[in-house]
Write a protein that binds this ligand. Sequence first.
Ligand SMILES: [Zn+2]
Length: 315
Amino acid sequence: MPSHREPRERLAKRRATEILDENRISESPVIPEHIAALFPIPLPIESVDGFPPDTYGALYKSGNDFRILISTSCPTEGHRRFTLCHELGHFFLDDHLGALFDGGASAHFSSTSHFRGQRKDWYELEADAFASELLVPTSLAQPLTARHRSGLHVIETLADTFQCSVSCAAIRFAALTDEPAAVIISKDGTVEWAAYSGPLQEFNWTRRRVRGDWAPRGSATRALALDHDAVRSCERRETTGYLSEWFDGSPHVETTEEALGLGSYGRVLTVLTPDRMPSAAAVKAKEDRMARGPDDWRGAMRDWGWDSYEDEDQD
Ligand SMILES: [Zn+2]
């Protein structure tokens, strides 16, 4: 989603790439502990109890010394590694240490639990962007997404290759794939966030807020979310449905839906891969025509299938 923060998030990613290049790190998985040890004064990393809920990492300042603290209740090794990269971001990115500590604070607790969909401070968004590029570098991950058929399988391959959480891999998949795809994280059937691949970002409906929406009735995601044991044991479900069941204003095109339980993380990952999409221009032309035409154009929109877009594409 474009925002005024985006250029700074891009710079944060570029900084991560520079650090990998400067240190000749070109193999997966990246080991954040090695990067922490590269500082003139190495950054100590400690595991500690007693963090606030959904908070996995902190930076602790004592005089001129810093320590990275990681919560022992971090749900997976992938979350732990992402959190570590996020804390490193606060060191490597401009203005971060000043923003965190100039007011006299001695600790910064990071909110890295799910890094889209909640309001965050600019330095948290930038540290997340830095962490995702450091942990899953574009240069290594893009060839991998291009090599495999789009879908959950690619996300699992990324998570496995880069030793990151499945939710982190899902975001990277959406950012890197050339195919139309949406990834969604939900808890108990309620959407927490969604990310869209480049071909879908052309459409206005992807800019709508989805946090708090329900997974559609009849979806594999809803069925899985109702079965907590299945979520905990990382079961998967697959079905086909329509994109318009998920996103208001999206075209009525058929999509494959894959849903995966995320174990102790307690959430469900959904991957939607529509077979084919009409062009954004075709959808816009159709909407304009409908807005000028029938009174109940919203009702008419709902009944559309692929065929009605195809006419527009051929115009
Ligand atoms: Zn932070």
